[in-house]
Design a protein around this ligand. Structure first.
Ligand SMILES: Nc1nc2c(ncn2[C@@H]2O[C@H](COP(=O)(O)OP(=O)(O)OP(=O)(O)O)[C@@H](O)[C@H]2O)c(=O)[nH]1
Length: 191
């Protein structure tokens, strides 16, 4: 199972390159990567970059693939799945819980479904903390061709396995935390 880190965003709300922004001397994306690679069921990490930041990200020492589409998360997932089944996260999720990731991958493998995605009681999905099979790529390809870039809708149509978040350990929810603005950094600066 590939651990794919989406890293092709613009960081407009942050006001600059948030993934390479240093916290306690280390780029934000390294926090995410290190948590992800601690998950036992992740075999290889890839960074799904834009062509503008690929070179800088390569210096971190991980495999980088370029997302040529840059249509948002759907294009990042599509690019990652070219390499095989993948657990996909956003690069700005520094508080990932490795046990939660392993749990999702295990559920995904046991379910035999095309994807396994955490879902809140109100129906909200967490598509950037989810496992996808390579077969999902074909569905995404159709969506992309027809200009439908809504990842959540594509997931819902694929009859995935859903993981009800409210029935999982409460402390796992920290895994969904992501950095959008500079104020969000306060939560990790101490650690
Ligand atoms: N490969 C790839 N990654 C993306 C794309 N859009 C967003 N991401 C990444 O997905 C994660 C979540 O992105 P957002 O925070 O929603 O978007 P962003 O562009 O980084 O930030 P904003 O401009 O403030 O919305 C970040 O790690 C982004 O780098 C894309 O089109 N392709």
């Amino acid at each position: 199972m590939i651990g794919a880190v989406l890293a092709g965003g613009r960081g407009r709300r942050f006001g600059g390159d948030k993934l390479l922004y240093k916290i306690n001397g280390r780029p934000l994306i390294l926090y995410t990567i290190e948590r992800l690679e601690t998950a036992r069921r992740i075999d290889e990490i890839i960074l799904v970059a834009s062509k503008d930041n690929a070179e800088k990200l390569e210096r971190l020492g991980y495999r980088v693939v370029v997302d040529e589409l840059l249509i948002g998360p759907m294009g990042g997932v599509y690019t990652a799945l070219n390499l095989g089944d993948a657990f996909v996260v956003a690069g700005d999720m520094p508080l990932l819980i490795p046990e939660f990731i392993d749990y999702i991958i295990e559920e995904f493998k046991n379910s035999g479904k095309i994807a396994c995605v955490p879902r809140w009681e109100n129906g909200y999905l967490e598509p950037l903390h989810a496992a996808y099979s390579r077969a999902f790529r074909e569905i995404l390809e159709e969506k992309i061709k027809s200009g439908n870039y809504a990842l959540n809708r594509a997931i819902r149509e694929a009859n995935p396995c859903y993981l009800p978040i409210e029935s999982l350990p409460g402390e796992w929810r920290e895994s969904f935390f992501n950095v959008n603005t500079r104020e969000d950094l306060g939560r990790i600066q101490k650690g």
